[in-house]
Design a protein around this ligand. Structure first.
Ligand code: 5AD
Ligand code: SF4
Length: 481
């Protein structure tokens, strides 16, 4: 899933609790939701919080006072699953102290591990897959009657379009809005098509309304989320035929424009793009609107055509390079990040060197890099041997990580001296005397606090950097539009 990739998207992110205010009269019960994995999971937890709050649940960040604990899980690599399993073992101890506690798992591990977790290891009482969240109140009730509650049915059309997610960061500045669910691509290494099902697009009007509502609540940035945003299409088949002649069609470029037109003060980002589907009309739309950010996450996975073929990525090294050239031509100055897998089945030293030479050619601003982890049911598991030794995977990973660090530093150094429009996100992690925010290229910038606050736009002169962060000073505060 390219989507991981909003880069909170690694399973390396610790589980985080979702906190909501209730929408309905309280039923006196408390819900604790913890999320792992990609940004889509974090967004889904907000949908879950909304569904449960309509039943009267209030959420808590304190697991010790919870009546229901839900863990939204990730299966993308084996270590993501291991982390969740360890966490479930901790909850098992809590359950022994409080037998009424309901523990459930949601998300990508649901389908795959339902039997093991519910029946064999007895770690959970409830299992709900990514398309079954509307059923959660019933499932919790079933547990109350002593049954093991399971719903892992995948849907062809569930998009939760009508559910207004309850935001985890009340008073926040940047929000994620889901535009497609599932994936039809079948990259051979990827478990997502099995865990999240077929691709479907959400009604554009519900997307625009959600973004308008966020803007009215003070949010100033939305990230449109999908496993492959470029394949967003409303009222069209994948072959481009119109489904309902009486209604308008919408593709991704058009959707982006609809969202960009809400206000020049609402920034628009998106993730993830797919090299095989990213067309020039998307890039032209980025160039047309100042508030569509100059940043693209374009996972390459490998720089070698034979590996890409084994990965079933549907593009070659040359095709990918052509897409990078199109970005540079149509959106000059656009930042580019990527995902790379090292040690995929059969990867030779020469093939690995081709990934490095591609990285040298692109000079990515940022990259998320992973060792290949074989996943059950995937095409790669069925067709190929996971034959690159662990230490070779590790050494190749270190080589590309070092290379990327040098590229990130070089790209950041090039930004020194620029004066950029920055959306203030809050205080810096390190000091209450500094604030931080991002420029259009998605670089994090730290600057001394002043007469401005979260959600304001300021012009920042960049004076210094590391490979991860830019440092600067505010030269002016932007007037509100
Ligand atoms: N092993 C390692 N990395 C993987 N990814 C997806 N599946 C696997 C796997 N089996 C990576 C890809 C994808 C990102 C979200 O996670 O790079 O783009
Ligand atoms: Fe991304 Fe490919 Fe997985 Fe789909 S199958 S989620 S495009 S990596």
């Amino acid at each position: 899933m390219d989507l991981g990739q909003n880069k909170v998207i690694d399973e390396g992110k610790q589980g985080e609790a979702t906190l909501i205010e209730g929408n309905a009269p309280s039923n006196g019960k408390k819900l604790y939701v913890e999320s792992y994995g990609c940004q889509m999971n974090f967004s889904d937890s907000e949908v879950v919080a909304s569904i449960m709050s309509n039943e009267g649940y209030t959420t808590t960040r304190n697991v010790d006072e919870a009546d229901v604990v839900l863990i939204n899980t990730c299966s993308i690599r084996e270590n993501a699953e291991t982390r969740v399993r360890n966490r479930l073992t901790e909850f098992k101890i809590k359950k022994e102290q409080n037998p009424d506690l309901v523990v459930g798992i949601l998300g990508c591990m649901a389908e795959r591990l339902k039997k093991a977790l519910l029946e064999e290891e007895k770690l959970v009482d409830l299992v709900a897959g990514p398309d079954a969240y509307r059923d959660l109140p019933n499932l919790v009730e079933e547990v109350g009657t002593g049954q093991k509650a399971v719903n892992v049915l995948l849907s062809r059309d569930e998009t939760y379009a009508d559910i207004s997610p309850v935001r985890l960061d009340q008073g926040g500045v940047a929000a994620f809005v889901t535009i497609t669910r599932g994936c039809d691509n079948m990259c051979s290494f990827c478990v997502v098509p099995f865990t999240r099902g077929r691709e479907r697009s959400r009604d554009p009007h519900t997307i625009v309304n959600e973004c308008k509502d966020l803007f009215a609540k003070g949010y100033r940035e939305v990230t449109l989320l999908g496993q492959n945003v470029d394949s967003y299409r409303w009222n069209m088949t994948s072959k481009g035929e119109i489904k309902d002649e009486t209604q308008a069609t919408t593709n991704f470029a058009e959707l982006m424009e609809m969202v960009a037109l809400i206000s020049p003060d609402l920034r628009v980002r998106f993730s993830t793009s797919h090299p095989k589907d990213m067309t020039d009309d998307v890039l032209e739309m980025m160039a047309k609107y100042e508030n569509i950010c100059n940043y693209i996450h374009l996972p390459v996975q490998s720089g070698n055509t034979a590996v890409l073929e084994r990965m079933n990525r549907s593009y070659t090294r040359e095709w990918y390079m052509d897409r990078i050239e199109a970005i540079r031509r149509i959106v000059p100055g656009c930042a580019i990040s990527t995902d790379i897998i090292t040690g995929f089945c059969g990867e030779t030293e020469e093939e690995h060197e081709e990934t490095k030479s591609l990285m040298d050619w692109v000079e990515y601003d940022y990259a998320y890099m992973f060792k290949y982890s074989e996943r059950p049911k995937t095409l790669a598991e069925r067709r190929f041997d996971d034959d690159v030794p662990e230490e070779v995977k590790g050494r190749r990973l270190t080589e590309i990580v070092d290379m990327q660090q040098a590229h990130s530093l070089k790209n950041n150094q090039k930004q020194i001296g620029n004066i950029d429009r920055v959306l203030v996100e809050g205080y810096s992690k390190r000091s209450q005397d500094d604030m931080c925010g991002r420029n259009s290229k998605n670089s994090m910038i730290v600057f001394p606090k002043g007469d401005f606050g979260k959600g304001d736009y300021v012009m920042v002169k960049i004076n210094d950097c590391t490979s991860a962060t830019l440092k600067g000073e505010v030269v002016s505060i932007c007037p509100k539009n």
